[in-house]
Design a protein around this ligand. Structure first.
Ligand code: 13P
Length: 263
């Protein structure tokens, strides 16, 4: 089955009601989005505001959520992943709450969470598991830093981040993998279509091998890092690039061109 193109807009910590009204206007004015899944991700305080105004073919994702709690068995023979829908975790939001808002997606493991807030591979995998257990889809971000790429560690870093999730045995039908090389995020330095395709191919091979050929073939692997209306068409022509996760350019009207990169 062909993989449906997927375009996400990650607004990060940007926007207020007035600017969100503007984004909603250009997204709602676009012709019905065909053959592409469109998901935008406002900051938490605006999730409900944006969702209420957007037309139904634009879905809304949160940018973060709480994790599962792992409990060891009595004799340490097994571990149990416990979902936590509420509790004393100041500043957190549970997947159950996101579902209650009618959201279908959450972004997890963005490099800004990993590197600005120090979130580990393990925590990222635990958050992903929790979101999936609650029925949400997860945009699971991976990517190497510039010094890691220069040290020849691109494959190793991306595989390590993925392996933490593979170890949790998640439902892969709920996961979109976003390859976002850290050196390309917000820098204006896009990975070339060839550079991105190379890593996407590695990721697919990794999933083929470590999970199954079915999962490798079906999982959407999207690219993020300085995607613009000017470079999206060439990137989107590559066989293993199944869409984009867009930061800065998702706040501007030309985002609609990126949504339609394959049309
Ligand atoms: O981090 C990104 C999307 O999650 C990419 O950001 P930019 O498109 O601004 O480089």
């Amino acid at each position: 089955m062909p993989r449906q193109f997927f375009v996400g807009g990650n607004w990060k910590m940007n926007g207020d009601k007035a600017s969100i009204d503007g984004i909603v206007n250009f997204l709602n004015a676009g012709a019905p989005y065909k053959d592409v899944e469109v998901v935008v991700s406002p900051p938490s305080p605006y999730l409900a505001y944006a969702k209420d105004k957007l037309k139904p073919d634009v879905l809304v994702a949160a940018q973060n959520c709480y994790k599962v709690r792992t409990e060891r068995g009595e004799v340490g023979e097994y571990s149990l992943c416990v979902e936590v829908s509420k509790g004393a975790f100041t500043g957190e939001q549970s997947p159950a709450m996101l579902k209650d808002l009618g959201l279908k997606w959450v972004i997890i493991g963005h490099s800004e969470r990993r590197h600005v807030f120090g979130e580990s591979d393990e925590l990222t995998a635990d958050k992903t598991l929790h979101a999936i257990q609650e029925g949400l889809g997860v945009i699971f971000c991976i990517g190497e830093k510039l010094e890691e790429r220069e040290a020849g560690k691109t494959k190793e870093v991306n595989f390590r981040q993925l392996a933490a999730l593979v170890a949790k045995n998640p439902d892969w039908s709920k996961i979109v993998v976003a390859y976002e090389p850290v050196w390309a995020i917000g820098t204006g330095k896009t990975a070339s279509p060839e550079q991105a395709q190379e890593v996407h191919e590695w990721v697919r091979e990794f999933l083929n091998e470590k999970v199954s050929k079915e999962v490798g073939g079906a999982t959407r692997i999207i690219y993020g890092g300085s995607v613009t209306p000017d470079n999206c068409v060439e990137l989107g022509k590559k066989g293993d690039i199944d869409g984009f996760l867009v930061g800065g350019a998702s706040l501007k009207p030309d985002f609609v061109k990126i949504i339609n990169a394959r049309n």
